[in-house]
Each structure stands twice: as structure tokens, then as C-alpha cells.
Design a binder for this molecule. Structure first.
Ligand code: HEM
Length: 497
């Protein structure tokens, strides 16, 4: 069965999620709501859930899912538990529930015991919320306090059950928006769902292992993969469009100016894709592969970890024009670069943090010539050490263009293979190799960027935190067309036939 297994593993979100509009639930939830009326409620539920999960561990998943399907419709009010009657259409026969939602008898069983201890006191909504927490613990998950005091609804909504719950075929953007509508963030969404859980449970391990080999072979590969992901996301969203080869019927992005001489890593993607296809054929999109690989690349060279939301689809198109116009160039002015990030939904802070990726990797002479024969001397204020550095750069990269255009040097010449905050120190010294980087500190329009550069130079943790957050944001730039008619490419270079 193609099962989009929604697993709840964290937090008492359905306690704080009390901003839900639940009729009858106008009181704040508290931990001791049943202190005088049913002091044993937590123990009773715990004991019964212990038996229930012992009988079949699957019951834990069943209860957690039942609670989820309750909360997403009218709030956590046990509306999902109501049977159809002549005067009430329940939620049990709505499409997200009808053939897969279970656990109603488990609830009846617990309710019976509670009613015999404290009749008419504990709501079914509280019972289910507590049971879901206990279920989580019983199969090895975390504990959290469950605030209680929910009331049961007198209504149910077949219509909301149909429209509010996510489906396994649904795209990431739509799922995120459904969680968002319930007051849950992208982080909550990622923590709560696992897109490849049933279809390719090893995907994260496979990519990690392969990236370990790839970065071990050459640490530069980490930089190459991160940049490839960035260039993918800025043209049509993160949809694997940058990976498509030119064909007779498709003009790809590989030959667009920001890519042609410098974007690499296509063979790395092919290599990882081959591994994944042999484990779970036709399941994992190239766009997800690249997004996960970029995170792993970062970690492998000393950078921060973050959870990667997945569920992207691969595009059937590419855009040479967007690759040309959306990607920033090293000679571009600060305000123009800021506006390019802004039009992708990324802020100035995102832009400064993401540019911190230049703490690893190399640049070619053609991309820093104008800088080293331009204002480098001014920004580095003729420091003798800087002068030596400048002289070495000029040796690699002569003033006039020609055979040396492709000569490379590290963008961060202090710790070129380490993902740290050293690039920001380079900018404070005025020694940024790329003009676009130096501008963040030096430009007259850079009051805000200058402040952020200083902050990240002083506080590597703040840089890592923002970088992680911004990479998630960048990775979530979505191609809405691909969500409608995208695909999982079998070969990342070509649209499926
Ligand atoms: C702010 C605007 C940006 C500009 C103008 C820019 C431009 C450049 C240029 C010109 C290079 C050197 C390419 C070469 O000569 O081969 C480069 C390298 C690189 N860029 Fe950026 N970049 C920007 C933002 C980003 C972002 C947002 C990321 C990722 C989050 C990124 C990641 C990298 C990496 C890792 C490298 C090294 C690649 C390698 O070693 O092959 N850049 N960038």
C-alpha cells in the first residue's frame, strides 16, 4: 500500500495548538485540569496504552495518526470519533480516513475504563491526546507534558476532513500550506512527516554515505554540490532543472552565463542517483537528492546540520532565460543582488548568511579579475600582508583575459576546505576575492549587510544558525508547475520519456 505514513514524534504541539477554533473550548488548557475530578486519568491511560501497544506495537502508530486526523479538522475536539447518524455526517468516511484510519475501538476501550473511574469527566479529545503521547513513548519516542481541558465537539466536518488533511500524492508546497493553516511551521511539518518513510526509508543514509565518499575523494566536491543546489533553486525553484542536458526539444540551463564555465557536479549527482535508483527505483526526485546532498556536503566540511524537508518533484522544463537573469554575478552591485534574493523570497540576512558558503570552494580568474585590478587595494587599505596576498592573486590571474581565465584560487584563502566563518573575517580585512562578497561590507548601500557581516565574524554560532535556516528557505523555493505535473526523473539529465 502506498502509505504516506504520518508520524508524530515531537512536541506537545497539540497542546499549544490551542489557537485552533474549537467550539466549546474557550478555556486555556492546564496540566492539572483533572486534579480534583479525575486524578488518576494519566495513570489509567498510560496503563491501558501499555497493554494495547504490547498486544501490537502498530497500535502506537494507529493512535498517533488518529489524533493527527482529529486535530486537523475543527481542532482537537474528538470530532473524528463521531459515528455517522441520521442527523450528523461524521468524518470517518471522508477520503483521508475511510480506508485507512483506525483505532476507534482502542479509544472505546480506554474510555470504558476511564468512565468506570470518573464518569462523565474526561473528554474523548483529552483521552486521545494523552494516548498519542503515551503511544509515542512506548515505541521509544520523547515525553512531553500534555495540557488538558479540551471539550468534545457536538459536530463533525466531513468537508474539512476531506480538504484539510494532506494526501500522499500531494506536493510539498501544498502540504506545508495545510500545516501552516493549522498554525504549524515548516519545521513542525518536517518534524511531523517523513515523505520517503515508506517508499525509500534509506534515502538519507544512501546520500550521506555516498557524499562521504565523494567529499573524502576531494573536499572541493562539497563546495561544488552546494553551489549546484543554489543554481538549481534560483531558476524555476528547486526542481532539478539545472541538471537537465540540452536536447533537440529542450534548452537547458547549463550553458547560461552564470553556469557555463563554472557550475559542476553533474556527475556527482548521476553517481548518487544511480545508487538511489538501485535501492528505490523511481521514487526519489533529483531535486530532493540535490537538496539533501547539499546539506550533507555542508556537514562533511564542518558546517551546520539542518533537517531537509523533502517531497520536491523534478521539472519537465528548464529555463535558460531565468538561469541567466535570476542568478547574481560577482560584478553585480549590492542592491541588485539583494533584489534578486528578495524576489526569491529571501531576505538580506538570508543573502549575507548564504554568501557565507564562500567560506569553502574556489573561484576562477575570470570571476575575480576586475576585483584584484580594481578596488582590492582600496578596501584592503594597503596592509603589507594584504599586498602580498594581492600579488599572489595577480600572479594567478593576469590583467588581460586569455588562457589564464580558468585559473582558480580559494575564495577563503585562510581555511579553504573548512566550513567556518572565516570568510567574514576576510571581508573585515577588505580582502574579499569576489567583488560581490566585499560589497556586503564595503558598499555605501550596505549599512545592514555590514552589520550582519560583523555579527557573523564575531559569532560563528549565529552564522551557523542563520545559514541552516536560510538553506531550508532556499531549498523551499518551489516550482509550482512541477508540483502539478512534475515527475521523479529516472535520469537527472533527461525528462522521463
Ligand atoms: C550572493 C550572490 C552570489 C554570487 C555573486 C556568487 C558568485 C560566485 C562565483 C562567481 C563563484 C566562483 C565560480 C567560479 O569562478 O568557478 C562562486 C562560487 C561558489 N559559490 Fe557563490 N555566489 C553567490 C551566492 C552563493 C550562494 C547563495 C551559495 C550557496 C548557498 C554559493 C555557493 C558557492 C560555492 C560553494 C562556491 C564554490 C564553488 C566551487 O568551488 O566550485 N554562492 N560563487
Amino acid at each position: 500500500m502506498k502509505l504516506f505514513l504520518v508520524i508524530f514524534i515531537v512536541t506537545a504541539i497539540f497542546g499549544p495548538c490551542f489557537s485552533f477554533d474549537v467550539s466549546g473550548n474557550d478555556f486555556p488548557l492546564t496540566l492539572d485540569y483533572y486534579k480534583s475530578t479525575c486524578p488518576t486519568v494519566f495513570d489509567v491511560i498510560k496503563k491501558e496504552m501499555e497493554c494495547i501497544v504490547k498486544e501490537d506495537p502498530r497500535n502506537a502508530a494507529i493512535i498517533i495518526r488518529l489524533h493527527f486526523h482529529d486535530c486537523f479538522v475543527q481542532g482537537c475536539d474528538a470530532s473524528v470519533l463521531l459515528d455517522d447518524t441520521e442527523s450528523l455526517q461524521g468524518e470517518k468516511t471522508a477520503s483521508p480516513n475511510i480506508n485507512s484510519l483506525r483505532g476507534y475501538k482502542i479509544v472505546d476501550r480506554i474510555k470504558n475504563i476511564i468512565e468506570s473511574e470518573c464518569p462523565g469527566v474526561v473528554s474523548c479529545a483529552d483521552l486521545l491526546t494523552i494516548s498519542a503521547r503515551d503511544a509515542t513513548i512506548l515505541v521509544g519516542g520523547p515525553y512531553w507534558d500534555v495540557p488538558v481541558g479540551r471539550k468534545d465537539s457536538k459536530t463533525a466536518s466531513y468537508a474539512l476532513a476531506t480538504s484539510s488533511l494532506p494526501t500522499p500524492e500531494e506536493g510539498l508546497i501544498s502540504i506545508i500550506s495545510k500545516f501552516y493553516a493549522q498554525g504549524l511551521s515548516v519545521e513542525d511539518t518536517v518534524a511531523l512527516i517523513d515523505y520517503y518513510k515508506s517508499t525509500c526509508p534509506t534515502v538519507f543514509d544512501v546520500i550521506k554515505q555516498e557524499m562521504e565518499r565523494i567529499v573524502n575523494e576531494d573536499p572541493r566536491n562539497a563546495a561544488i554540490v552546494i553551489r549546484l543546489h543554489f543554481h538549481d533553486c534560483f531558476a524555476q525553484g528547486c526542481d532539478g532543472s539545472v541538471l537537465l542536458d540540452d536536447t533537440r526539444s529542450l534548452q537547458g540551463e547549463k550553458k547560461a552565463a552564470p553556469n557555463i564555465h563554472s557550475v559542476r557536479g553533474y556527475k556527482i549527482v548521476d553517481r548518487i542517483k544511480k545508487k538511489i535508483e538501485s535501492e528505490c527505483p523511481g521514487v526519489v526526485s533529483c531535486a530532493d537528492l540535490l537538496t539533501i546532498a547539499a546539506r550533507d556536503a555542508t556537514v562533511l566540511v564542518g558546517g551546520p546540520y539542518w533537517d531537509v524537508p523533502v517531497g520536491r518533484k523534478d521539472s519537465k522544463t528548464a529555463s535558460y532565460e531565468l538561469a541567466t537573469s535570476n542568478l547574481p554575478t560577482p560584478e553585480e552591485g549590492l542592491t541588485s543582488i539583494i533584489s534578486k534574493f528578495y524576489s526569491q523570497g529571501l531576505s538580506v540576512a538570508d543573502m549575507v548568511a548564504l554568501s557565507g558558503a564562500h567560506t569553502i570552494g574556489m573561484a576562477q580568474c575570470r570571476n575575480f579579475r576586475s576585483r584584484i585590478y580594481g578596488d582590492f587595494k582600496v578596501t584592503s587599505a594597503t596592509d603589507p600582508v594584504s599586498e602580498t596576498y594581492l600579488a599572489s592573486l595577480r600572479e594567478i590571474c593576469p590583467a588581460s583575459s586569455g588562457r589564464a581565465d580558468g585559473n582558480e584560487t580559494a575564495i577563503d584563502n585562510v581555511t579553504p576546505n573548512l566550513f567556518d566563518n572565516s570568510i567574514y573575517h576576510t571581508l573585515l580585512r577588505g580582502e574579499g576575492l569576489l567583488s560581490s562578497d566585499q560589497e556586503m561590507y564595503t558598499s555605501m548601500f550596505g549599512i545592514q549587510t555590514r552589520r550582519i557581516v560583523k555579527k557573523y565574524a564575531e559569532d560563528p554560532v549565529a552564522f551557523f544558525e542563520q545559514f541552516s535556516e536560510s538553506m531550508v528557505k532556499m531549498g523551499n523555493i518551489l516550482n509550482s508547475d512541477s508540483f502539478v505535473d512534475g515527475e521523479v526523473r529516472r535520469n537527472c539529465r533527461f525528462v522521463n520519456k
